[in-house]
Design a protein around this ligand. Structure first.
Ligand SMILES: [Zn+2]
Ligand SMILES: [Zn+2]
Ligand SMILES: [Zn+2]
Length: 329
């Protein structure tokens, strides 16, 4: 019997098919392969092929002609631009504003074929510091209300370049998907006076069924109402609404966690394409007791089809308990 499950944060329903549960080998997904040799604007020596960097780190482990270990540059083809004033307009019932924002690329390593799963932990930690430092800097621009940090890995997940990189889009509005989480978390808090994510952490740790890995700093789980097979969340154990308030100890633990989880996915799902996002509270709001930042990782194993498109309701062919079990073992 398939099961309908409701996400306790957003109230969104999903259908979990339990009868014909699909195993990792049942998905005919793309395997991400990295081919060297093609021209790459993110490789060392090609720094002039990107706009000037807004941040660069270097460290002792650099080899060859690399002068940097992590580099952040504005996107050459930005979705939004920093220049100009924020101007809102209405055309009858239609609202619009000019495309103020920022679009940056975090080049995670000088090595073309490195991935977050294969880099060493210190390197992944450096990438997390770059995320934090850029958000702290972008926040100073009061027009920018939300920083969306995301990574598309593999063509199947929307990556157009294979060199390891992530992106930050700073928006003059709070996006709807995030607003749904914020509203849901606030309602829960008003009713129970507890953070829904903290409650999820407590209950999942107790049940253990959907837990992939647990450390003192983070809990990695496949969520109860997962929309996609092998959807995985990494949630900090310490309540904090804003990602950029991450502490040093947490940066290193998150680096270890990310690397470990992505290595497990590579093993179980044979190097899948994936999207990784960081959900955090709006940039210009202060600490909130009801929202709790987290990482979501979605391997691209299925396509969003007509039913999902029409309803916003997802059919997930792999129960999260199964996904968690495969990733744990
Ligand atoms: Zn490259
Ligand atoms: Zn919390
Ligand atoms: Zn989220």
């Amino acid at each position: 019997m398939p099961e309908l499950r409701k996400d306790p944060i957003t109230g969104r329903w999903v259908i979990i098919s339990t009868d014909r549960a699909r195993r990792p080998s049942d998905f005919a997904a793309e395997t991400v392969r990295i081919e060297k040799g093609r021209f790459c604007p993110f490789c060392p020596g090609h720094e002039d092929k990107t706009p000037p960097e807004v941040l660069a780190y270097s460290n002792e482990s650099l080899r060859g002609d690399a002068r940097w270990s992590t580099r952040v540059v504005p996107n050459k083809f930005p979705a939004l631009r920093v220049e100009g004033d924020l101007d809102r307009q209405g055309e009858g019932l239609y609202d619009c504003m000019n495309g103020i924002g920022a679009h940056e690329v975090v080049i995670e390593s000088p090595e073309h074929d490195a991935t977050l799963a294969t880099m060493d932990e210190a390197k992944v930690a450096e990438v997390i510091w770059a995320f934090r430092d850029r958000i702290v800097d972008l926040k100073k621009d009061r027009r920018l209300r939300y920083m969306m940090l995301f990574k598309n890995h593999g063509e199947g997940a929307g990556a157009s370049l294979e060199h390891p990189h992530s992106q930050i889009i700073a928006l003059p509005i709070v996006p709807k998907r995030v607003q749904e989480e914020l509203d849901g978390a606030r309602k829960y808090y008003e009713f129970k006076e507890r953070c829904v994510y903290c409650d999820i952490l407590r209950q999942e740790a107790r049940d253990d069924e959907r837990v992939v890995i647990r450390t003192e700093e983070f809990l990695t789980l496949c969520p109860f109402a997962a929309r996609f097979p092998f959807e995985t969340w990494i949630v900090p154990q310490r309540h904090e609404s804003h990602f950029e308030a991450i502490q040093e100890r947490e940066v290193y633990n998150l680096a270890w966690m990310l690397k470990t989880v992505l290595r497990k996915m590579d093993k179980v799902l044979e190097h899948p394409a994936y999207n990784l996002i960081i959900h955090t509270a709006p940039a210009q709001e202060s600490f909130s007791a009801h929202y709790h930042w987290h990482v979501e990782i979605i391997p691209k194993l299925t396509r969003v089809a007509g039913f999902e498109w029409g309803t916003g309701f997802f059919i997930n062919p792999t129960p999260p308990e199964e996904s968690a079990r495969f990733l744990r073992e």
